[in-house]
Design a protein around this ligand. Structure first.
Ligand code: CUA
Length: 155
């Protein structure tokens, strides 16, 4: 079978692109450790208010320039409603829901999560730029869904 030169070049190019994409995928997942946020624990949704750390929602310092923000997402608000962190701080968000599934999206960041009753969700982000970031619920959670918001203030 005769394969035309251009056809062969095109197939070769396709193979190179495929190999490059697979390489990038493996480098990202194995080399850089990039992966989707996974379940960070289980919790009884009926006892969220009595279960640490959710019995005391808020921001606390966990190390030099490191913070943990414990957030409860419930119909139709986030507790705390304002999360304040210094610029350059690495913030680990730990959250859960006592009622239904909520969303957790911080504008202008890659923080985009689901908050599921019975599960603990965790993700980290470093806020380099000062400013106010809107925190939205982006999973439909009932009649008050459109009012469910909070903010992250980076100083
Ligand atoms: Cu909570 Cu929509």
């Amino acid at each position: 079978m005769k394969v035309h030169t251009y056809e062969r070049a095109f197939l070769g190019l396709g193979a190179v692109v495929l190999a490059a994409c697979l390489g990038a995928l493996f480098y990202g997942s194995l080399g850089l450790g990039i992966h989707l946020p996974t379940r960070a624990g289980r919790i009884d949704p009926a006892r969220v208010a009595a279960t640490p750390p959710f019995d005391q929602p808020g921001v606390r310092q966990t190390g030099p320039n490191r913070y943990e923000a414990v957030v409860v997402a419930q119909i139709w608000s986030f507790t705390p409603a304002e999360i304040e962190v210094p610029a350059g701080g690495e913030v680990t968000f730990t959250m859960t829901s006592p009622d239904v599934i909520h969303g957790f999206y911080i504008e202008r960041t890659r923080v985009n999560l689901m908050v599921i009753p019975g599960q603990v969700t965790r993700a980290s982000y470093r806020f380099d730029r000062p400013g106010e970031y809107l925190l939205l619920c982006h999973e439909y959670c009932g009649v008050g869904h459109h009012t469910m918001q909070a903010k992250v203030v980076v100083k």
